[in-house]
Design a protein around this ligand. Structure first.
Ligand code: ADP
Length: 264
């Protein structure tokens, strides 16, 4: 039996008293070592869920439990250590002048010893296939490479959950493929809970479970295969099932993975 790592209990949220509710009575659970995809049309509440998981926002109603603790002002520092996030814009995530400085940054803030930092830079850049770029200036990298470094920087802190909030949205198809491959490898290697947030159904194929959001509510929660079978209903809530997603799922069922190859 897997342990629950994140639990939303009847969570409702709005950005102010004057504005409408953007999450309405949402309840779901995410388990240790699970890969869950959160999908939904723009404005359905996906990013708000991510921010609630990281204590950037707090719900007005209901509660959120992460690793046995309720998310509130007192627990957010513990929770932020456990929950790492990578966002949409790769250019907004860099602070270092080289790739390795960038990966070091979060560790420096947390007072990691130097030898440990050196070890973790090597280990995490290798995991995302970016070790050979460790001395490169971040602005010289492609979008996909930047996001891989952003993932390495988060992993260096040893989070228990990695959330990617539309981390592929600004990338070209090659960059998207790079990121999907990276997260798939990382999930295998690090055994963490992985939450990928997207509006692109093709990106949910590798996940174990999919949470479909519509207008602030959980519309469905099922395996990718079960979700793809609801093609017509999905179209009504603004989500298209691309043919390639169905094909990738068929290949996966047959034991053939097109995203699990090593990087480089
Ligand atoms: P998604 O990630 O699915 O696109 P969001 O969680 O970003 O959806 O947004 C859900 C709703 O909340 C949308 O209607 C959006 O306009 C609104 N919203 C998002 N951020 C803010 C904000 N900072 N202030 C007010 N409303 C917001």
């Amino acid at each position: 039996m897997r342990n629950k790592f994140i639990e939303f209990r009847n969570v409702s949220f709005r950005y102010s008293d004057e504005e409408p509710w953007v999450l309405k009575n949402c309840s779901f659970e995410i388990y240790e070592n699970e890969w869950i995809a959160i999908i939904g049309h723009n404005g359905s509440g996906k990013s708000t869920i991510a921010k609630l998981m990281n204590g950037l926002l707090f719900p007005q109603e209901g509660e959120i439990i992460i690793n046995g603790q309720q998310v509130n002002e007192e627990t957010i520092w513990d929770i932020r250590r456990d929950v790492g996030m990578v966002f949409q814009n790769p250019d907004n995530q860099f602070v270092g002048t080289t790739v390795q400085d960038d990966v070091a940054f979060g560790m420096e803030n947390r007072g990691f010893p130097r030898a440990e930092m050196v070890k973790r830079i090597e280990q995490n850049l290798t995991a995302v296939g970016m070790q050979e770029y460790r001395l490169t200036e971040p602005h010289r990298l492609s979008g996909g490479q930047k996001q891989r470094v952003a993932i390495a920087s988060v992993l260096a802190i040893s989070p228990k959950v990695l959330i990617l909030d539309e981390a592929t949205a600004m990338l070209d198809p090659k960059g998207r493929m790079e990121i999907m491959r990276t997260v798939s490898n990382v999930q295998e290697e690090y055994k963490l809970s992985l939450i990928t947030i997207t509006h692109d159904l093709q990106e949910v194929v590798q996940a174990e479970r999919v949470l479909v959001m519509n207008k602030g509510e959980i519309w469905d929660e099922a395996t990718p295969r079960e979700i793809f079978a609801k093609k017509e209903a999905l179209r009504e809530i603004g989500l298209d099932v691309p043919f390639v997603a169905i094909l990738t799922d068929e290949l996966k069922q047959a034991g053939i993975s097109i995203t699990n190859e090593p990087l480089n």
